[in-house]
Unconditional design. Structure first.
Length: 66
């Protein structure tokens, strides 16, 4: 659910950037703890793989989070 803001390219709208920033904050918090890293790597690493793949998307707003 957290990663869906990065991977869903069709849900662009007025609240898209806010959802993207909030998801980026949550993923950052998850990456700062062992529990979060294990959570992102569960299910054969699907969540962390989705985050890495989202960084490769051609959309600049997905890669650039201030």
């Amino acid at each position: 659910m957290i990663v869906s803001a990065f991977t869903d390219a069709y849900s662009r709208g007025p609240s898209y950037e806010e959802r993207l920033k909030n998801s980026a904050r949550v993923i950052t918090l998850l990456l700062k703890s062992w529990t979060g890293i294990l959570y992102l790597c569960a299910n054969e690493g699907r969540a962390i793989r989705s985050v890495v793949e989202a960084l490769r998307l051609p959309y600049d707003d997905t890669r650039r989070m201030d």
